[in-house]
Design a protein around this ligand. Sequence first.
Ligand SMILES: [Zn+2]
Length: 243
Amino acid sequence: MIERNAFIGGCDGVAVIESAELIGEEPSGTMSHTLILCCQDERLAYEIFDEAMSADVKRIALVDTFQDEKFGALYAAEVLGERLYAVRLDTPGSRRGNFLRIMQEVRWELDIRGYTNVRIFISGDIDEDKILEYNDVADAYGVGTHISNSPVINFAMDIVEVDSAPLAKRGKPSGLKQLWRCPTGGQRLTTLASVETAVCPGCGEPMEPILKVRYTDGRRVIPDPSPRQIREHVIEQLKDVEL
Ligand SMILES: [Zn+2]
């Protein structure tokens, strides 16, 4: 469920194989620290990974297991050459110092050697603030804890009508509702469902109704969209969000 929610919320992919199967996507990921520790040598781990994985798996080298990120990145580029898709920096907080400067240094060293296409992936305690800070240099992020343990949004589903008559518990407005969206600014407005048109309180433009009937008499009347369709819809709506 966490992976599905992360995916429909806009993440590009998930790494757990079963989760990927559940949402109908190909799993994606990078090599692990475990592989490098078992090999006890980064060069050997890159070679083994390259030899064992099929050609369609992107070569994303983890570069901070035994050495400095800059030299680790150059090491990976030396071993994998043009097949190196990205380097992944998973530096623990205790070793980061000025992490943005470390990333800029890695970018610089790769670029001047002609590896301008090699992307930089960042992982490890990444949250939304760090993403904004690193976006100029980082190409992608691996986020775990800050999505799986993100703050909850309180919501509830309530009965608001019984036998077509308005009725709701204390503290809840009764009556069937419609939710409206402004096509330009994304602003939302709730009215009774019997209201036929709504005007955006922000810009004065006509709003569009966005609730759809999915179940009637306990039966599904329109099919659920796929996780990928939901994700595309979310990303489309995010264009209206100001950071
Ligand atoms: Zn508006």
